[in-house]
Design a protein around this ligand. Structure first.
Ligand code: PLP
Length: 385
């Protein structure tokens, strides 16, 4: 089927909730994707921080192949080994509590919101401007962006959005607060790092009010910043984290991972999802977690991130670069080519523009030196216009 035919059928048959580029991908391997005409692309977006180990990582593929021929689904009425092993490993790798599985990032945040409200009935949820926590009603209510929320009002009550400052957080968090939900690094709105001071302040305010502090590590977790979890680069320990995206090595799985304090808030019947933590996605996630936990890979992320950050700053029109590890954004001056997105596509480099002057890069954690340099050359050509 040609791309034109595909686009016509898509237009007639698929609800138009995505603005797509005019490209069809048919194959992926490592940092590369191939379109239907055989053109090769360098993927430095990783399906928005999902294929962080590269496309079709052999360890993930092998784990899925083995599991898919053995057992695909049982429901959560029964035990299956991959999910239990994954929960144990996730807990040991982070907060030492327990894990609730789901199928996506939004659902992981839904679980966090429900859990925190059960722990403190009727309590408020505090979030900060610039956050993105997902599109389902609870997650959307925690995503203070007018364009995303307004068409879907009324939202879930009891959500407060404040500026990401210590003063605003102090004013918002009180004895009625059940949950403070923060992305340590805000991804969708253009890679904005919340300062360690702000996270520390949120921790103190939550301790004083009895609110749960949950970090949304859906985009910044799973090795993206050069430690398995982003919070490890601070001295702040949240009460829980949410994970998804790269967790499944390319397959859909999400998780709410608690510390001991919140581990036993849910009891049977409180929450659930038919597909959650199924054997195939859990096997994929176990393989992805094993590969990502490797100290040498995480050190490589820090080194590659420092290299890219320095070199991106030397490109034409780039006025600043921000981010941690391999979660990076370049801010461009206003004379950067308006057709940049098209130029990047012509250069066959996949990155994305989170705003008119912001380019976000989420390269594979294991991208080679050659691929890093290649991405810079392609970006330089696209920016030169
Ligand atoms: N939280 C963060 C930080 C995200 O970046 C995203 C997705 O971009 C989500 C939540 C929602 O995840 P999902 O699209 O899997 O529902």
């Amino acid at each position: 089927m040609t791309l034109t035919t595909l686009q016509e059928i898509d237009r007639d048959s698929v609800i138009a909730s995505y603005a797509r580029f005019p490209v069809e991908f048919v194959r992926g391997e490592g940092s590369r994707l191939w379109d239907e005409e055989g053109n090769e692309y360098l993927d430095f977006l990783c399906g928005i921080s999902v294929t962080s180990l590269g496309h079709c990582h052999p360890r993930v593929v092998a784990a899925v192949r083995e599991q898919v021929g053995q057992l695909m689904h049982t429901s959560n009425l029964f035990y299956t080994e991959p999910a239990v092993r994954l929960a144990e490993r996730l807990s040991k790798s982070s907060l030492g509590g327990k894990v609730y599985f789901c199928n996506s990032g939004a659902e992981a945040n839904e679980a966090a919101i429900k859990l925190a409200r059960k722990a403190k009935p009727g309590g408020d949820v505090v979030v900060v401007h610039g956050a993105f926590h997902g599109r389902t009603y609870g997650a959307l209510s925690a995503t203070p962006q007018e364009s995303k929320q307004a068409p879907f009002a009324p939202l879930v009550p009891g959500f407060k959005a404040v500026a990401p400052t210590t003063e605003a957080l102090s004013a918002a968090i009180d004895e009625r607060t059940a949950l403070v939900l923060l992305e340590p690094i805000q991804g969708e709105t253009g890679v904005h790092v919340l300062s360690e001071g702000l996270l520390r302040h949120a921790r103190r305010a939550c301790d004083a009010s009895g609110a749960a502090l949950v970090f949304d590590e859906i985009q910044c977790g799973m090795g993206r910043t050069g430690t398995l979890w982003a919070y490890e680069q601070t001295d702040v320990v949240p009460d829980a984290i949410t994970s998804a995206k790269a967790l499944g090595g390319g397959l859909p799985i999400g998780a709410l991972i608690t510390g001991p304090r919140l581990a036993d808030v849910f009891v049977p019947g409180d929450h659930g999802s038919t597909f959650a933590g199924g054997p195939v996605v859990a096997a994929a996630a176990l393989a992805a977690l094993e590969v990502t936990s490797d100290a040498a890979l995480l050190a490589r992320v820090r080194q590659a991130g420092a290299f890219l950050q320095a070199r991106l700053g030397e490109l034409p029109h780039v006025i600043s670069v921000r981010g941690v590890g391999l979660m990076l954004a370049c801010e461009l001056d206003s004379s950067a080519p308006e057709t940049m997105s098209r130029a990047l596509l012509e250069e066959r480099l996949i990155v994305n523009a989170t705003g008119p002057t912001t380019i976000r890069l989420l390269p594979p954690l294991n991208a080679s030196d050659e691929e890093l340099k290649d991405s810079l050359a392609r970006l330089a050509r696209a920016l030169a216009g």
